[in-house]
Design a protein around this ligand. Sequence first.
Ligand code: SAM
Length: 280
Amino acid sequence: MPIASPSQIPVGVDPRRPSIARIYDGFLGGKDHYEVDRAVMRKISTAVPEAVDIARGNRGFLNRACRFLAAQTSITQYLDCGSGLPTAENTHQIVQRTEPTTSVVYVDNDPVVLAHGRALLEENDHTHMVEADIFTPSAVLENDTVRRHIDFTEPLVLLHVGTLHHLEGDHGPEIMRAYIDALPSGSHVVFSHFFDPEIPELTEVAKRIEQIMVQGPLGAGRFRTRAEIEEMLAGLELTKPNALSPPGIAVCDEWWPDGPRVRPLSKAARCIAGAVGRKP
Ligand code: SAM
């Protein structure tokens, strides 16, 4: 299949290189992907047919965590790092339903995300889109637009959902420490990450996907253990993920699920974990 014609390609997009934002959006049912993205999606789905459950589990967690924080806290500022392409339910739509003046700043560096985000948000005075490298915390924390719309003397919600596994290298804990250090007391962090549950039959599924992501053109996509993920959340009081589990990280689909499950979780769905933490 040919790649998109030049007139359809937003400025700054190289249609010969796959984009994690477009691939993730494709798994969620979006339409903004090119053949180069679909080739990676096919490879992943061939290796693990239920891999789509990772994207769905992650997005469902993001939505429920936003709803939870909008309802359970009085925080009215959200900094969403690695926001991704707009889909049906985005952070600002969820939290502004509870409090319409809630300030939401999205940060991403993918040109397709930036183009769609800016178009979508043009008519919303309380939502803004920033281009910055989320793996360089100072670039986000010192950004003028971020500083104009997020008051770092008042509690805020920081989201790093489905982002740090795309980092090349192992300095995730340092990156998150810089963000968490910058948060005032009472702030909350929403976090998710590809998860290696350290159960052989699940680790094997995680490794199959990881191999495609790390060795392929994306170059990153690491599944980490509970201890490795918890290291990135040091200094936070983690909330209980559901009535039955102790405070901590949980498989995304098990973080306050909306209702009784009518079928068991697939192996892939158990390879993405999330947490919500409060800075004391
Ligand atoms: N947070 C959204 C969610 O969970 O539904 C989207 C997650 S998507 C898997 C990861 C997003 O992080 C993509 O939109 C990608 O462009 C963005 N991203 C990856 N590396 C980045 C970087 N260094 N700086 C800014 N954004 C980045």
